[in-house]
Design a protein around this ligand. Sequence first.
Ligand SMILES: [Zn+2]
Length: 195
Amino acid sequence: MNSGPESRRERFHNRDYRRDFLKYKAALIRAAAMAKRHGISHREPPFQVGAAAMSIEPGLPDGEYAVYTGYNFTPTPVKRRGRDKRCAERNVFEAALEKGATLIPAMVTVASEKHTGDKTRAHDALHPCQDCRDMMRELRDKGILPGDGIICSVNDSKEISSGKFAEEQMSVDELLALYDDMDAEQPKLDFGANF
Ligand SMILES: [Zn+2]
Protein backbone atom coordinates (compact mmCIF):
# COMPACT_ATOMS: atom_id res chain seq x y z
CA MET A 1 0.00 0.00 0.00
CA ASN A 2 1.28 3.44 -0.84
CA SER A 3 2.24 5.24 2.35
CA GLY A 4 3.96 8.27 0.79
CA PRO A 5 3.08 11.88 1.49
CA GLU A 6 0.11 11.84 -0.87
CA SER A 7 -1.71 9.01 0.85
CA ARG A 8 -0.85 10.53 4.21
CA ARG A 9 -2.35 13.82 3.11
CA GLU A 10 -5.38 12.01 1.81
CA ARG A 11 -5.87 10.16 5.08
CA PHE A 12 -5.61 13.33 7.14
CA HIS A 13 -7.98 15.21 4.94
CA ASN A 14 -10.56 12.47 5.06
CA ARG A 15 -11.03 13.03 8.75
CA ASP A 16 -14.47 13.99 9.94
CA TYR A 17 -13.31 17.40 11.05
CA ARG A 18 -16.83 18.74 11.52
CA ARG A 19 -17.41 16.08 14.14
CA ASP A 20 -13.96 16.71 15.62
CA PHE A 21 -14.72 20.43 15.82
CA LEU A 22 -17.72 19.75 18.04
CA LYS A 23 -15.42 17.85 20.37
CA TYR A 24 -12.98 20.75 20.63
CA LYS A 25 -15.34 23.68 20.17
CA ALA A 26 -15.59 24.71 23.82
CA ALA A 27 -11.82 24.56 24.23
CA LEU A 28 -11.30 26.60 21.06
CA ILE A 29 -13.74 29.26 22.28
CA ARG A 30 -11.90 29.42 25.60
CA ALA A 31 -8.56 29.70 23.81
CA ALA A 32 -9.85 32.50 21.57
CA ALA A 33 -11.31 34.31 24.59
CA MET A 34 -7.94 34.09 26.36
CA ALA A 35 -6.13 35.40 23.26
CA LYS A 36 -8.59 38.26 22.99
CA ARG A 37 -7.36 39.67 26.31
CA HIS A 38 -4.01 40.37 24.63
CA GLY A 39 -5.59 42.29 21.75
CA ILE A 40 -3.98 45.70 21.28
CA SER A 41 -6.24 48.48 20.10
CA HIS A 42 -5.98 52.25 20.08
CA ARG A 43 -9.75 52.56 20.40
CA GLU A 44 -11.54 53.41 23.60
CA PRO A 45 -13.04 51.07 24.62
CA PRO A 46 -10.49 48.82 22.93
CA PHE A 47 -11.58 46.77 19.93
CA GLN A 48 -10.27 43.34 20.86
CA VAL A 49 -10.58 40.14 18.90
CA GLY A 50 -9.22 36.71 19.73
CA ALA A 51 -9.07 33.79 17.33
CA ALA A 52 -8.26 30.11 17.57
CA ALA A 53 -7.89 27.70 14.68
CA MET A 54 -7.38 23.98 14.47
CA SER A 55 -5.08 22.78 11.75
CA ILE A 56 -3.62 19.66 10.22
CA GLU A 57 0.07 19.72 9.41
CA PRO A 58 2.88 17.33 8.59
CA GLY A 59 4.19 15.31 11.51
CA LEU A 60 0.99 15.32 13.53
CA PRO A 61 -0.05 11.94 14.87
CA ASP A 62 -3.25 10.49 13.44
CA GLY A 63 -6.36 12.04 14.89
CA GLU A 64 -4.59 15.05 16.38
CA TYR A 65 -4.87 18.71 15.47
CA ALA A 66 -2.59 21.63 16.12
CA VAL A 67 -4.25 24.68 17.66
CA TYR A 68 -3.13 28.25 17.07
CA THR A 69 -4.36 31.39 18.72
CA GLY A 70 -4.05 35.00 17.72
CA TYR A 71 -5.25 38.48 18.57
CA ASN A 72 -5.50 41.80 16.82
CA PHE A 73 -2.75 44.41 16.96
CA THR A 74 -3.73 47.94 15.97
CA PRO A 75 -1.91 50.21 18.43
CA THR A 76 -2.24 53.55 16.63
CA PRO A 77 -5.16 55.21 14.84
CA VAL A 78 -3.99 55.10 11.23
CA LYS A 79 -5.81 53.69 8.24
CA ARG A 80 -4.49 50.20 7.64
CA ARG A 81 -5.00 47.62 4.98
CA GLY A 82 -3.37 44.40 3.99
CA ARG A 83 -0.27 43.32 5.84
CA ASP A 84 -0.19 46.39 8.09
CA LYS A 85 -3.54 45.50 9.55
CA ARG A 86 -2.98 42.79 12.09
CA CYS A 87 -6.29 41.07 12.53
CA ALA A 88 -6.65 38.14 14.90
CA GLU A 89 -7.96 35.97 12.08
CA ARG A 90 -5.06 36.52 9.72
CA ASN A 91 -2.53 36.26 12.55
CA VAL A 92 -3.90 32.86 13.41
CA PHE A 93 -3.96 31.67 9.78
CA GLU A 94 -0.39 32.87 9.28
CA ALA A 95 0.78 31.12 12.45
CA ALA A 96 -0.67 27.84 11.17
CA LEU A 97 0.73 28.35 7.67
CA GLU A 98 4.18 29.04 9.06
CA LYS A 99 4.12 25.58 10.61
CA GLY A 100 3.15 24.05 7.29
CA ALA A 101 -0.59 23.61 7.83
CA THR A 102 -2.10 21.69 4.94
CA LEU A 103 -5.68 22.07 6.13
CA ILE A 104 -7.34 24.53 8.51
CA PRO A 105 -10.76 23.00 9.07
CA ALA A 106 -12.09 25.40 11.72
CA MET A 107 -11.60 28.82 13.22
CA VAL A 108 -13.32 30.48 16.16
CA THR A 109 -13.28 34.19 16.92
CA VAL A 110 -14.37 35.91 20.11
CA ALA A 111 -15.13 39.63 20.28
CA SER A 112 -17.57 41.91 22.01
CA GLU A 113 -18.14 43.82 18.76
CA LYS A 114 -20.69 42.98 16.11
CA HIS A 115 -19.23 44.57 13.02
CA THR A 116 -16.09 46.22 11.71
CA GLY A 117 -17.92 49.18 10.22
CA ASP A 118 -20.26 47.44 7.80
CA LYS A 119 -23.72 47.45 9.33
CA THR A 120 -25.46 46.27 6.18
CA ARG A 121 -25.07 42.55 6.81
CA ALA A 122 -26.96 41.88 10.00
CA HIS A 123 -25.26 39.50 12.34
CA ASP A 124 -25.06 38.75 16.05
CA ALA A 125 -21.30 38.33 16.19
CA LEU A 126 -18.28 39.88 14.51
CA HIS A 127 -17.45 38.53 11.06
CA PRO A 128 -13.96 38.65 9.55
CA CYS A 129 -13.18 41.94 7.74
CA GLN A 130 -12.71 42.17 4.00
CA ASP A 131 -8.93 41.73 4.12
CA CYS A 132 -9.42 38.56 6.11
CA ARG A 133 -12.18 37.38 3.77
CA ASP A 134 -9.88 37.95 0.78
CA MET A 135 -7.22 35.85 2.46
CA MET A 136 -9.81 33.18 3.21
CA ARG A 137 -10.78 33.08 -0.48
CA GLU A 138 -7.15 32.56 -1.44
CA LEU A 139 -6.72 29.84 1.16
CA ARG A 140 -9.88 28.19 -0.11
CA ASP A 141 -8.56 28.32 -3.69
CA LYS A 142 -5.37 26.63 -2.49
CA GLY A 143 -7.39 23.90 -0.74
CA ILE A 144 -6.11 24.85 2.72
CA LEU A 145 -9.39 26.27 3.96
CA PRO A 146 -12.12 23.84 2.94
CA GLY A 147 -15.41 25.27 1.69
CA ASP A 148 -17.23 23.26 4.32
CA GLY A 149 -14.73 24.29 7.01
CA ILE A 150 -16.21 25.98 10.05
CA ILE A 151 -16.13 29.64 10.97
CA CYS A 152 -17.62 30.21 14.40
CA SER A 153 -18.02 33.83 15.54
CA VAL A 154 -18.77 34.35 19.22
CA ASN A 155 -19.95 37.61 20.76
CA ASP A 156 -19.00 37.73 24.43
CA SER A 157 -20.52 41.14 25.20
CA LYS A 158 -23.48 39.70 27.02
CA GLU A 159 -25.02 36.38 27.76
CA ILE A 160 -28.12 35.55 25.80
CA SER A 161 -31.24 34.04 27.38
CA SER A 162 -29.87 30.49 27.25
CA GLY A 163 -27.02 31.59 29.50
CA LYS A 164 -24.56 31.37 26.62
CA PHE A 165 -22.98 33.95 24.38
CA ALA A 166 -24.39 34.73 20.96
CA GLU A 167 -22.59 32.84 18.24
CA GLU A 168 -22.85 32.35 14.54
CA GLN A 169 -21.51 29.20 13.04
CA MET A 170 -21.32 28.83 9.31
CA SER A 171 -19.23 27.19 6.66
CA VAL A 172 -16.42 29.05 4.92
CA ASP A 173 -18.52 29.00 1.73
CA GLU A 174 -21.57 30.41 3.51
CA LEU A 175 -19.64 33.22 5.16
CA LEU A 176 -17.81 34.26 2.00
CA ALA A 177 -20.99 34.08 -0.09
CA LEU A 178 -22.55 36.67 2.22
CA TYR A 179 -19.91 39.15 1.11
CA ASP A 180 -18.95 38.03 -2.40
CA ASP A 181 -20.79 40.85 -4.14
CA MET A 182 -19.57 43.55 -1.76
CA ASP A 183 -15.95 42.37 -1.79
CA ALA A 184 -15.89 42.06 -5.58
CA GLU A 185 -16.20 45.85 -5.79
CA GLN A 186 -13.10 46.43 -3.68
CA PRO A 187 -9.49 46.20 -4.87
CA LYS A 188 -7.89 42.88 -4.00
CA LEU A 189 -4.87 42.59 -1.78
CA ASP A 190 -1.94 40.48 -2.86
CA PHE A 191 -1.29 37.90 -0.17
CA GLY A 192 0.81 35.81 -2.53
CA ALA A 193 4.08 36.42 -0.73
CA ASN A 194 2.62 35.43 2.59
CA PHE A 195 1.95 31.79 1.92
ZN1 LIG B 1 -9.57 41.25 9.40
